[in-house]
Design a protein around this ligand. Structure first.
Ligand code: NAP
Ligand code: F7E
Length: 384
């Protein structure tokens, strides 16, 4: 009998990688999918692709929402999962300042609803639960680097909601002897990262600017530092946590931190554009310091005639500043490496390269399909 996993947040970045990973391990996978007025399954469509008519017999989804307890109870009862990965969340830190109550409901109470459903249904000895906790719990960091012992100090409604999710998971583990774990994951990215997170916003802009569809990239705080890993490596850690003999919480991180400004430099360098930054705060600008024409041509298939030395490509817009910022994150994943045998396989350089190349291909494909120019930076979704 293959194991059954239920993944909330199946349509998100991590949900799609985890579903793929578990299907390859022979699991039957059920995903909770929100109803949406437009298609929201682009990241998982390929998993159905083997047999579009019949569907993949091991991959199913149901409509649901973390704010709807009756829906959660109904489907956990029907599915009787061996493992639940609670990945669903309103996951954008800046947006959480605009929707604090909803974020608390979905990210905080949503976690409780999953735990309670398992408890009420008498599945505490059968069903193991992974809770998607986050390095945002550390917020105003109390220690460098951050470990499982570092005190929390969240700095956003998102971080505070996830703090509730973290502690209610610990509480249900202790109170009801449930197999429930927190993965305290530091930022992790990929070519399918949501377009409004900073890495993907940057790699899309590199593609659009180098192919001539965008003039300038507007960003917020360039000084913030993040410990960025690859989502593929991080979903493996989720799986490993649920295969242990006893439930524990683990930090998952690379141990390397990089400023946003340096991620911008790396991403533009990937297409042969060298940037210099001048000025401070909201007056800072990124300008073209040099162009490696051979590299540009090999990566884009174009000559860089629309770009000039001294041209401004990056500007700072205070719109993107957050009311309270998390300035520095760097994790120590020694416990996961020792106990889970977890080891990240992707370097930051490889990931940046993969993301830029993927976005260059995507922009070319879209442009080809639409047979005309389009200004991606005018999309409403970019305003995050
Ligand atoms: P993501 O791409 O934003 O995906 C979030 C998923 O949750 C989407 O499938 C979304 O559905 C779904 N969702 C949102 N609100 C929901 C609700 N009320 N009910 C049901 N589903 C809902 O996030 P991710 O990057 O994959 O992250 C996965 C989880 O890990 C999240 O809980 C996030 O907070 C946490 N986390 C992420 C990182 C990171 O760096 N990626 C680090 C630490 C922790 P739609 O597709 O319909 O929007
Ligand atoms: O911001 C700065 C911004 O939105 C990273 C989520 O997955 O990871 C993610 O949260 C940094 C921040 O991710 C822009 O101020 C500058 O300092 O990519 P982000 P995040 O806030 O770290 C954690 C671990 C999660 O759990 C979350 O779910 O980049 N920044 N300029 C910008 N950020 C954005 N989004 N847009 C900008 O223009």
């Amino acid at each position: 009998m293959s194991k059954i996993a239920l993944i909330t947040g199946i349509t998100g970045q991590d949900g799609s990688y985890l579903a793929d990973y578990l299907l390859q391990k022979g699991y039957t996978v059920w995903g909770m999918k929100r109803r949406s007025s437009s298609f929201n399954t682009s990241r998982i469509d390929a998993l159905f692709a083997n047999d579009r008519q019949e569907g993949n017999p091991k991959f199913h989804y149901f409509y649901g929402d973390l704010t709807d307890a009756s829906n959660i109870i109904k489907y956990i009862q029907e599915i009787q999962p061996d493992e639940i990965y609670n990945l669903a969340a309103m996951s954008h830190v800046k947006v959480s300042f605009d929707t604090p109550e909803y974020t608390g409901n979905a990210d905080g109470l949503g976690t409780l609803r999953i735990l309670e459903a398992v408890r009420i249904l008498g599945l505490t000895q059968k069903t193991r639960i992974y809770q998607a906790s986050t390095s945002e719990l550390y917020g105003l960091v109390q220690e460098v680097p951050q470990t499982e012992q570092t005190p929390f100090y969240p700095r956003s409604p998102y971080g505070v909601a996830k703090l509730y999710g973290y502690w209610i998971t610990v509480n249900y583990r202790e109170a009801y002897n449930m197999f429930a774990c927190n993965g305290i994951l530091f930022n992790h990215e990929s070519p399918v990262r949501g377009e409004t997170f900073v890495t993907r916003k940057i790699t899309r802009a590199v593609a659009n600017i180098s192919l001539g569809f965008q003039g300038v990239l507007s960003l917020g705080n360039l000084d913030a530092k993040r410990d960025w890993g690859h989502a593929k490596d991080y979903v493996e850690a989720m799986y490993l946590m649920l295969q242990q003999d006893k439930p524990e919480d683990f930090v998952i991180a690379t141990g390397r931190t990089t400023a946003i400004r340096d991620f911008v430099r790396m991403a533009f360098h990937e297409v042969g554009i060298m940037l210099d930054f001048t000025g401070k705060g909201a007056d800072e600008k990124g300008i073209i310091a040099g162009i490696d024409r051979d590299l540009f041509e090999s990566q884009t298939g174009l000559e860089p005639d629309h770009l000039n030395i001294g041209q401004e490509l990056i500007q700072v817009d205070p719109f993107y500043f957050r009311p309270t910022e998390v300035n520095l994150l760097i994790g120590d994943a020694t416990k996961a490496k020792t106990k889970l045998g977890w080891q990240p396989q992707h370097t930051l350089e490889e990931m940046v390269s993969e993301m830029v190349q993927s976005d260059v291909e995507l922009v070319k494909r879209n442009h080809h399909l639409k047979n005309g120019g389009f200004l991606i930076h005018n999309k409403v979704e970019d305003l995050m």
